[in-house]
Design a protein. Structure first.
Length: 355
């Protein structure tokens, strides 16, 4: 499947107290993923260079690379307002794709070694790289030669280097599309900052697509005790905890691009692996409205803060407002209790490991 800019709402819910919780699946260029990661109010799981098989990554890069729609002309500041056009733009695309070809060639050399890669693709590794069309012609043979993760390679007996994809694949990332599962209650600041003329064009494009999907979606009304469950169909499970666990496992499978592949038996196993291994982020997408009893406790806490604050000389009104406002959150979700908070020691794998 060809990747391109895309944003879909996978689950959209509103609590009895009016707090909206939304889960997106979004695809955008890997080059702006770091900008997406600066928004700490979101829960995220996404495709992983370390997880996806290298043959899959190479095929994606050769057949469907990210190519910038425009190439800005250098100027002071962080934004480009003038862009290349005509033959200059075409030349920039040509050079960009040559960079992709160099990156793919480097990956093959890091895994197969320069002798095998050079002989197979008929080039001089010390001075040249190989164009995509030539690599594609030999891709079936390349795939056959790429060692499987379970292969026992005697490196003394071969020119193969067999460098792991967690390093070998990193040079591909500038040319990758990237898919993320993202859940949150706080989108106003993200939309204001990223769907903006001063944002880099690629993140502005995905932010705009997410805003449009958000505005068009109608959240489902959930009651106390109901659960927001991305990637789980209504009525799919008779047991709520099974549904929670499968939702978490499917969110985690985004690392491999398999979040839509359903296998409840394996998902329950994957969930246990996540919990025992301290991989808690996939457990943040499932959430239930904060209960009325818990709201009562939080309201009591807010009253205590407001009553006690005037007796403290160093506490100003802004700090009081922030402290009171923080009582609306559980983790990074306002008005919702994420499943992660049901897990003992979810915040410290060191403590979990000592149990």
């Amino acid at each position: 499947m060809d990747l391109a800019f895309a944003a879909t709402v996978e689950a959209d819910s509103v609590s009895p107290d009016g707090f909206r919780l939304t889960t997106f699946e979004a695809t955008y260029p890997r080059i702006v993923h770091s900008e997406m990661m600066t928004h700490r109010v979101f829960s995220r799981n996404s495709a992983s260079t370390r997880a996806i098989p290298i043959a899959t990554q190479l095929n994606n890069l050769l057949t469907n690379p990210f190519i910038p729609e425009v190439f800005g002309i250098n100027q002071p500041g962080m934004q480009a307002y003038r862009h290349l056009s005509g033959l200059k733009h075409d030349k920039a695309v040509e050079i960009w794709l040559a960079g992709r070809d160099r990156a793919v060639t480097t990956v093959l050399e890091l895994i197969l070694g320069t002798d095998i890669t050079g002989d197979l693709l008929s080039y001089e590794p010390n001075r040249e790289f190989v164009a995509a069309d030539i690599i594609l012609e030999e891709f079936k043979e390349i795939t056959r030669l790429l060692p499987k993760s379970t292969d026992d390679i005697d490196l003394d007996d071969t020119g193969i280097l067999n460098v792991h994809k967690q390093l070998a694949g990193r040079g591909l990332e500038a040319y990758m599309w990237h898919t993320i599962v993202l859940t949150g209650t706080e989108f106003d600041n993200f939309f204001a900052l990223r769907d903006h003329p001063e944002a880099q064009g690629e993140i502005a494009t995905i932010a705009r697509a997410m805003r449009e999907a958000y505005d068009e979606s109608v959240p489902k009304e959930l009651g106390y005790g109901d659960w927001h469950l991305p990637y789980v169909d209504e009525g799919e499970f008779s047991d709520t905890f099974d549904a929670i666990r499968s939702s978490a496992a499917r969110a985690a499978a985004a690392s491999y691009g398999r979040q839509r592949n359903k296998n409840p038996v394996k998902e329950l196993e994957r969930y246990e692996d996540l919990r025992s291994g301290g991989h808690m982020s996939p457990l943040e997408h499932q959430a239930t409205p904060i209960s009325q009893d818990e709201w009562a406790l939080r309201s009591h806490g807010a009253s205590e803060i407001q009553n006690f604050a005037p007796t403290l000389d160093s506490i100003d009104d802004l700090t009081v407002s922030q402290l009171v406002g923080s009582l609306e959150f559980s983790g990074n979700l306002r008005g919702w209790h994420p499943h992660r908070k049901d897990v003992p020691h979810e915040d410290n794998f060191g403590t979990l490991r000592e149990e």
